[in-house]
Design a binder for this molecule. Structure first.
Ligand code: IFM
Length: 453
């Protein structure tokens, strides 16, 4: 019996990257400093002091990279714009050279028959705005709207798919509470202020982008974890609910007009002595601006476990699951669960998987082949999960593999490789891995064998 999983003919098969992770050219052609330039240039933040100064040198090699995408048959390419290339000081003076770089890239993609999906903010805030208070300051949300206006006015005639922000959880909590990403703060209240201003800037920018880019579709990308309690104890169930509130619903609920979730607000009470005083009248309406799609980034699930509970499972029995080299559990069922939950619970008009992929370090063998079988299997299992959710009526319109090529993996530097294309950082040679060649065939056939011989 055939197990061929076919997809709708207009399904958007793509791959994704982000500016700081691939471009390099960190100080060329009038670009201003970003918080990631500052963070990586300060010792102690990133694995072995790696930086994005050169990265994949995509700033200079983009024509070849478009050829690479074409050779894989990609229908769409999701990339982000480096804000400080456009507005080196965050606001005010526009750097035409920066706009021209992205304009050429967009033209090149369109000429190759590849639809550009532009993310406006994938974490490289101009350092000048950080110096003025960064995302915890409301003025940064105003600056974002100015930036979104400049970019959408310049590219909006050709770019018709816009993502305002990538992963507000990372921008706020990971960067301002946990301190693992730029600007490296450890302050929960600042993190929640940052989260609010990121969401607010999204809501304010939506009508501006629509005005500048007629017929465009506009959305936002959140990162989700599927969260399960470790066992059926009440304590674990509480932990799972709390993690879901902080990780998923804190961002999702306000976008869909439901305010910040009351249980999570209560859980943060100690960190918020002044409550949600940063939420001003009108903000929640602005954040809930109707969008055309929701982007979902999915990698793994989290198992919530109350360390203190007496009736809890021992930690060891939870550890025995396949994991990627990031230590993230491979759990395609979580993607299925999340797609159903988002569709039936929130009803976005359309969904995209804007990122999904896995870090495995396999490199070229003597013949130059990169046999990344585990990544290929990971992708196939997750595509299958997505297809199953679509069978339930989930309006999934496309899927972007993370990532087109190996690149700078933030605090992990270059030691984690998420690409379907191998990058030799010494020579900048690109080699499509087995997963890329398989993906090329999936796109060509618009589907795949779920259980290959
Ligand atoms: O590399 C990142 C990307 O920038 C955002 N989402 C998760 C990826 C893997 O960690």
């Amino acid at each position: 019996m055939s197990t061929f999983q076919s997809f709708p003919s207009n399904f958007v098969w793509g791959a994704a990257t982000a500016s700081y992770q691939i471009e390099g050219a960190w100080d060329e052609d009038g670009k201003g400093e970003s918080i990631w330039d500052r963070f990586t240039h300060t010792p102690g933040h990133v694995f072995e002091g790696h930086t994005g100064d050169v990265a994949c040198d995509h700033y200079h090699r983009w024509p070849q990279d478009i050829e690479l995408m074409k050779s894989l048959g990609l229908r769409a390419y999701r990339f982000s714009i480096a804000w400080p290339r456009i507005l080196p000081d965050g606001r005010g003076r526009v750097n035409q050279a920066g706009l021209e770089f992205y304009s050429r890239l967009v033209d090149g993609l369109l000429a190759a028959g590849i639809t550009p999906f532009v993310t406006l903010y994938h974490w490289d805030l101009p350092q000048a705005l950080q110096d003025a208070g960064g995302w915890p300051a409301r003025a940064t949300a105003e600056a974002f709207v100015e930036y979104a206006g400049v970019v959408s006015a310049a590219l909006g005639d050709r770019v018709k798919n816009w993502i305002t922000h990538n992963e507000p959880w990372c921008v706020s909590i990971l960067s301002h509470q946990i301190g693992a990403h730029a600007p490296g703060l450890r302050d929960t209240e600042a993190a929640l202020r940052a989260a609010h201003h990121v969401l607010l800037s999204h809501g304010w920018a939506v009508p501006v982008i629509r005005a500048n880019s007629p017929d465009a579709e506009v959305g936002i990308t959140l990162n989700f974890e599927w969260i399960d309690p470790a066992c059926r104890s009440a304590a674990d169930a509480r932990m799972a609910r709390e993690a879901d509130g902080r990780f998923n619903r804190w961002f999702l609920d306000p976008l869909y007009g439901r305010h910040y979730p009351a249980d999570a607000v209560a859980g943060y009470a100690a960190a918020l002595p002044n409550g949600l005083d940063f939420v001003l009248p009108g903000d929640l309406d602005a954040i809930a601006a109707p969008t055309d799609f929701l982007g979902l980034n999915y990698y793994s699930r989290r198992v919530a476990r109350d360390e203190e509970a007496a009736d809890n499972l021992p930690q060891e029995i939870l550890a025995d699951r396949p994991r990627t080299e990031m230590g993230w559990e491979e759990y395609p069922e979580g993607l299925y669960g999340l797609l159903n939950w988002l569709h039936f619970g929130y009803r976005p008009p359309k969904l995209y998987v804007t990122e999904n992929g896995a870090s495995f370090g396999n490199g070229p063998d003597a013949a130059g082949r990169v046999a990344d079988t585990r990544r290929l299997n990971y992708l196939r299992d997750h595509f299958s999960a997505a297809r199953q959710a679509m069978n339930n009526g989930v309006p999934l319109a496309g899927y972007f593999v993370w990532s087109l090529m190996d690149n700078f993996e933030w605090a992990e530097g270059y030691r984690q490789r998420f690409g379907i294309v191998w990058v030799d950082y010494e020579t900048q040679q690109r080699i499509p891995k087995d997963s890329a060649l398989w993906y090329r065939d999936v796109i060509a056939a618009n589907g795949f064998e779920a259980q290959p011989d």
